[in-house]
Design a protein around this ligand. Structure first.
Ligand SMILES: Cc1ncc(COP(=O)(O)O)c(C=O)c1O
Length: 430
């Protein structure tokens, strides 16, 4: 090429939740086994059957020509009205403040990429990688974060958030993921109110990723941003991927609050809308279907039965891992993942690995990889279980995230046993 095509900051472009799959697929071939995929939050891939009434609803809508057409750039007006009436707050938000995207992943990228390069969004660590990667690609350097503390149930340190905002005038927004992926925390109202107060004090806006707002255990309720935001400008991010087993529909949205309170913030949202306009609109079908799915008489009961299933998995996994001194687990209050911390994570190799797999792993296991990546590779090679290393979520803490989605009780228990025997052997040499 007459000019270099590679951006200098392209090394920042990572998405470990899927990157481990590339390695896992090669290991499957070399070791001639089938991997148990515990890396990705897709219930359908984990064996969940889409109920027939959902198929019927989609088929009914696909029969209408309307679902074949472009829709408005902001999104289908009935879908936006449904979101406004059911998930949002008419005092803080109007129909025009709801913007649909092809999955929340797209919304995250549009929000981060449309900020001026020098401005920063302060985000949690660990965090969902799309936020961290989009923010670092926008800024051209590593993301900046506040720690979630595993010794305090993954709560954020409010003082740290305030200091990071106060002493960095380029921080224009604070990101909160609640309920939290990967940690499973559902934050207390007081914690969230303190974060809102910091945004107000330093004239920042808020981004709350609330895509798991329905996915909470034991009757815990999510405090939504619109309930506590007051007059601070903010964005709530939601979508259907977690509520409905149709993540492949690629359907997410943002709800913009208090846009009328700050012209500069409103101008930023107008730019997001303009960049969406360049793409015309998001896919029509899932938006047209959305109100019919949420309003279906079977929906509430169906959602609750899924939540109960994930909670049962969380209970079993926590009980199982709590017995192991090498680990720390915090019982999730929601979402469908479990984070397991690998305490003083060593760098070892497991014995029960065939020669070809070992040769491959020797090539990729370098000292540049954090210790939990090495554990994840060894776990794949020896036990055929694919998890995501916790440092892949931008965390300093070693560990891994597995899903609670496995449909088959016996397979789930076997997976826990495989992970536990890998951990026992991995720590044996230390
Ligand atoms: C916290 C969080 N935000 C956003 C997304 C992206 O969702 P979507 O499937 O709508 O792109 C996910 C997906 O796993 C997520 O966990």
């Amino acid at each position: 090429m007459r000019q270099n095509l590679l951006r200098a900051d392209s090394a920042l472009l990572t998405y470990p939740i899927r990157e481990v799959v590339e390695i896992g697929k090669q290991l499957e071939k070399l070791g001639d086994f089938l991997m148990t995929w515990e890396n990705i939050g897709d219930p359908v891939a984990a064996g969940e059957e889409v109920p027939s009434w959902m198929h019927d609803v989609v088929q009914e809508q696909v029969a209408s020509d309307n679902s074949f057409a472009y829709t408005e750039t902001r999104g289908d007006s009935k879908a936006r009205q449904y979101v406004l009436d059911n998930f949002s707050n008419k005092k803080k938000c109007s129909l025009n403040d709801i913007l649909f995207f092809n999955g929340l992943g797209e919304a995250i990228n549009k929000v981060m990429n449309n900020l001026p390069k020098e401005t920063r969004v302060l985000m949690p660590s660990p965090t969902y990688p799309s936020h961290a990667t989009a923010e670092s690609m926008h800024a051209g350097c590593s993301f900046i974060s506040y720690e979630l503390d595993p010794s305090n149930d993954w709560e954020p340190n409010i003082e740290e958030i305030e200091n990071k905002v106060k002493f960095n005038e380029f921080v224009v927004a604070i990101l909160v993921i609640n309920p939290n992926n990967p940690t499973g925390s559902v934050y207390k109202k007081e914690t969230l109110e303190k974060i809102v107060a910091i945004a107000k004090k330093y004239d920042c806006f808020l981004i709350f990723d609330e895509i798991y707002h329905h996915m909470t255990f034991d009757g815990v309720k999510t405090t939504l941003l619109h309930e506590i935001i007051g007059d601070v400008p903010g964005i709530s991010m939601k979508g259907i991927s977690k509520d409905i087993p149709w993540p492949g529909s690629r359907c997410g949205w943002i709800e913009v609050y208090n846009a009328d309170k700050d012209d500069n913030f409103k101008g930023f949202i107008d730019i997001i809308l303009l960049t969406k306009m360049l793409e015309v609109c998001s896919t029509t079908l899932p938006q047209v279907v959305l109100p019919h799915l949420y309003e279906h008489p079977e929906y509430e009961h169906y959602l609750q039965s899924r939540i109960n299933k994930y909670q049962k998995r969380a209970d079993e996994a926590c009980e199982f891992f709590a017995k192991m001194p090498q680990l720390r687990v915090n019982k999730p209050k929601g979402v469908f993942y479990l984070v397991v911390e690998l305490l003083d994570c060593p760098r070892n190799q497991l014995e029960s690995i065939n020669k070809d797999v070992r040769l491959f792993l020797d090539k990729i296991e370098t000292k540049n990889n954090p210790a939990d990546f090495q554990f994840a590779y060894e776990l794949m090679g020896a036990m055929g279980v694919c998890v995501v290393p916790l440092t892949g979520f931008g965390s300093q803490v070693n560990g891994f995230r597995m899903t609670l989605l496995q449909e088959d009780d016996a397979v789930f228990t076997q997976t826990l046993e495989k992970i536990s025997s890998a951990i026992t052997e991995y720590y044996k040499h230390d």
